[in-house]
Write a protein that binds this ligand. Structure first.
Ligand SMILES: [Zn+2]
Length: 401
């Protein structure tokens, strides 16, 4: 009883971490190999997976969690999120996200949230920060650092582009986020309109590379996306109007596609992060174009990665589980769809070998599902428990019967 209460708690300020946890009677799916291990015990020690199988001895001190035949998969990676609050972190974690790549926050909140997880003030998700957005019209986004004050006038010249990248790197970001086209989520902008030239994007990529950072580039329109790929973007975000020519270039260069499909669905629906009649009309033509681009990307073997493009606000409905299920509908096998939020995403983030697999020595970032996602992918949308960095942070197991 005492243990049940303990495990049901969210975000205890001083989380009483047991160094050892044993999941009993687990069906394990490792997306790295696609292999299933049934009826297994999985042992977590000091935040790492230290063993699993039928014959694992459970140490006396370990906290035992009986999964009664439920399924264990790695925690999800959200490769494009805008988490800027602790409440947003909590919602992301509750939906199974144990790693999130920030696609910019207004004032370096992502850098501090990352530190809070590192210092175990929060159990997760692990954050890869992008800091301040490299965009021609930053507005309030320059308020996070006094060195950016002059950039309120605009970020267009080589000196301006290099300056914001340098300040971001000095603030400790992991990635640089820039844009090649206008936004989709504002009624008075056209997402097809290119805003930075290939030359400008090359400056961003070059300055980022000096600090060892890669660049993710927002691009809906094909012209801008092509400029981004030629400039050396590591991933194209959105990619709504990508042509086969640009996709072929992405294949050649090894560029990833992060299509943020579920947030475009959100544009189309009332509620959620967007609720505007202009955007509903726009999304009616965006969505079929994006579906075409995703289908063509999959046919060419371009790595496609799951994300939400949300800040996980109180009204947000975009979730990684929904994106995974959407990808399965749009042509991925169930295993490929799960990989889009685990192993494929980890490769994009350069974290393969450390997260996103159920294998010995990997981080204990785990999600419990009610059934086998290879048989019905919708199981990924019902997250029953979440372990992040070895901490059982969310536990709905008593309700998932
Ligand atoms: Zn975004």
């Amino acid at each position: 009883m005492h243990r049940a209460i303990l495990l049901a708690c969210f975000f205890l300020a001083t989380t009483p971490v047991s160094a050892q946890t044993a999941f009993l009677n687990a069906n394990i799916l490792d997306p790295g190999t696609g292999e299933v291990t049934r009826g297994a015990t999985l042992l977590v020690e000091d935040g790492l997976i230290t063993g699993y199988g039928a014959e694992i001895a459970v140490p006396e001190a370990a906290v035992r969690v009986d999964l009664e035949g439920r399924w264990l998969v790695p925690g999800y990676i959200d490769a494009h999120a805008h988490i800027a609050t602790v409440a947003g972190m909590r919602r992301a974690l509750s939906s199974g996200v144990t790693t999130a790549r920030s696609a910019n926050t207004s004032a370096y909140q992502d850098v501090t949230l990352r530190q809070m997880v590192r210092e175990r003030v929060l159990p997760g998700p692990e954050v890869m920060a992008a800091g301040s957005f490299v965009t021609p019209d930053p507005g309030d986004r320059i308020l996070g650092d006094p060195r950016l004050a002059q950039l309120y006038r605009g970020i267009n010249t080589e000196a301006e582009l290099r300056q914001i990248v340098r300040v971001n790197i000095d603030r400790g970001v992991d990635w640089i986020k820039t844009r090649a086209t206008e936004r989709a989520g504002l009624p008075n902008t056209d997402p097809r309109k290119q805003v930075y030239t290939e030359t400008q994007l090359r400056v961003v990529v070059d300055e980022a590379a000096k600090g060892g950072k890669s660049v993710l580039v927002h691009a809906h329109g094909d012209e801008g996306a092509r400029a981004a790929v030629l400039a050396g973007a590591r991933s194209v975000e959105h990619g709504t109007y990508l042509t086969d020519e640009t996709l072929a270039l992405m294949k050649e260069r090894g560029t990833y596609l992060v299509p943020t499909y579920t947030i475009v669905q959100d544009l189309l629906q009332p509620g959620g992060d967007y609720d505007d009649p202009v955007l509903i009309i726009r999304a009616q033509h965006m969505l079929p174009n994006l579906e075409r681009a995703i289908g063509a990307a999959l046919a060419m073997g371009i790595p496609v990665v799951a994300s939400t493009d949300t800040g996980y606000g109180p009204g947000s409905i975009a979730r990684v589980g929904t994106e995974i299920a959407n990808f399965a509908r749009l042509g991925m096998t169930p295993l490929e769809a799960l990989q889009s939020a685990t192993t494929t995403a980890a490769e994009l983030l350069g974290l393969e070998g450390r997260i996103a697999r159920i294998a010995i020595g990997y981080e204990a970032d785990l999600v419990v599902l009610g059934g086998n996602p290879l048989e019905d992918i919708r199981h990924v949308q019902d997250v029953l428990a979440v372990m992040s960095n070895g901490i059982l942070a969310v536990n709905r197991l008593p309700f998932g019967r």
